[in-house]
Design a protein around this ligand. Structure first.
Ligand SMILES: [Zn+2]
Length: 464
């Protein structure tokens, strides 16, 4: 069986995949609430003859679906959660389906479905060819809330020879970049309430402590490496101004290109919190809320993905797709489009060409040596197995993730065609990895070298 037959198998079932992606798009569920989305995926996978193993005992709505046996084991990393407040119709005007409701503004309705489609293509090769190995789809809940480390800690990704992943975007490219590692902590200050006018000297303000902590973190910012990021929000700060606040809480998030760079910064933020407590006569407690590792790119698998990005025919968009794209792209000016593209590590000359049309209809290999400032829990998987990713154009040029425009495109023909393209590229890469043991060995060797100086442990275990 040739790779072409893998592609034909995906093509033959494309209407089923479009329906699955549309059903998930129509029922957007935010992180940890993906009951129906996971159910729809599991039903489709059973229909295609996969062994589905539910992992709810580890994490609600998590599962794996497998076909074949033995090595190599190729994993396709799927997601399906939506985002709050991004409900949107397939329209060029901002029109929520449900006012204030969730929506697929990160395109995860497409993300998981393409990986399922790719897995079915490989399954057909395993059935009819002499192909040996295992294809495994990972149903990973709560990507937007960094869900994968829980599965990583439970060993769900162990034994993987290669992890393949993609993310909806506005361009077709190998996602050769790394991402920032990230740790988010919750700080809870406890003080003493008193009448703020009558006996303020008897009070100890937890809000003062939190305010001083944020001031301290602002001063710390100057002394962090330029590539690091720190963000915070106040989640509670007292009840009424005439009561000295006895409680105050804030969430602080630190990012840097490697986890080993995040950890010393986190320790300094904790010291700032302790200092703020000391200054105000309050107490502070803290906990790690979530964290994810940086993505370790793998050039061997990235090259395989690039060959397939070039080898699979690009989507053919129709007039309706182009009208929608033009309408959605019109919300960003040229500078905004350039800024969105620069995020992927694209050189200015390529960006200048890409912004000239509303849809990206060629292929790039961008992001080598680049770290995007955002984070993804795919990072944890990339510390456990050789992993690589692509982006495909499911949205018009300049449309960023986590926007209503991305929700609209993810429910449209543009999203569906970009998804099918991603599915075929991933399947083609998986086929290459399964038929060429040398690639798997080289990918493993690169992975071992890249991660030799770091032993994986989930973020909360690293910060004491
Ligand atoms: Zn996403």
């Amino acid at each position: 069986m040739s790779k072409e037959k893998v592609m034909n198998a995906i093509e033959a079932s494309k209407e089923r995949f479009f329906r699955l992606a549309a059903e998930i798009w129509n029922r957007p569920e935010i992180s940890y609430h993906e009951q129906e989305s996971a159910g729809l995926q599991k039903a489709a996978l059973r229909e295609f003859g996969f062994r589905v193993v539910e992992l709810d005992r580890i994490q609600n709505h998590a599962f794996i679906a497998e076909y074949g046996s033995g090595s190599p084991v190729i994993g396709l990393l799927g997601e399906f959660d939506a985002l709050p407040g991004l409900s949107q119709k397939v329209s060029t005007a901002q029109e929520p389906v449900v006012a204030g409701g969730p929506g697929h503004g990160c395109g995860h309705n497409l993300l998981g479905t393409a990986c399922i489609a790719a897995a079915t293509g490989i399954k057909s090769a395993l059935e009819t060819d002499r192909l040996k190995g295992t294809v495994r789809y990972y149903g990973c809940p709560a990507e937007e809330q960094v869900g994968k480390p829980v599965l990583a800690k439970a060993g769900v990704f162990s034994g993987l020879d290669a992890g393949l992943c993609w993310h909806p975007a506005d361009i077709n490219t190998v996602a050769a970049y790394g991402t920032n590692a990230s740790v988010e902590l919750g700080f809870r200050f406890k003080g003493m309430a008193s009448h703020a006018a009558q006996v303020p000297h008897l009070g100890r303000s937890a809000l003062d402590a939190l305010t001083l902590m944020s001031v301290g973190v602002e001063f710390l910012r100057e002394h962090m490496p330029q590539s690091a990021r720190v963000h915070y929000v106040v989640t509670s700060g007292g009840e009424r101004p005439n009561i000295v606040p006895k409680g105050a809480e804030g969430h602080f998030q630190v990012r840097s290109p490697r986890m080993r760079e995040v950890l010393p910064l986190v320790r300094r933020v904790i010291d700032v919190a302790k200092g703020a407590a000391l200054m105000t006569g309050t107490q502070v407690e803290w906990e790690v809320l979530r964290g994810c590792y940086d993505v370790v790119p793998n050039s061997v698998i990235s090259d395989v993905l690039y060959d397939n990005l070039k080898g699979v025919p690009l989507p053919v968009f129709d007039a309706a797709d182009r009208d929608l794209a033009a309408g959605l792209a019109a919300y960003s000016n040229e500078d905004q489009k350039r800024a969105t593209l620069a995020m992927f590590g694209i050189d200015p000359a390529s960006a200048a060409t890409i912004i000239n049309s509303p849809l990206h209809e060629s292929v790039g290999y961008w992001g080598v040596g680049w770290t995007i400032p955002a984070s993804t829990d795919v990072g944890d998987v990339s510390h456990l197995a050789p992993t690589a990713q692509i982006n495909t154009a499911t949205w018009p040029v300049g449309v960023g993730s986590h926007t209503w425009q991305a929700t609209a495109a993810s429910g449209s023909g543009i999203g569906m065609k970009g998804m099918l393209y991603a599915a075929k590229v991933l399947a083609g890469a998986a086929y290459d990895l399964m038929t060429r043991p040398d690639l798997v060995q080289r990918a493993r060797a690169e992975f071992v070298a890249a991660t030799a100086d770091e032993t994986y442990a989930p973020a909360e275990e690293l910060i004491k």
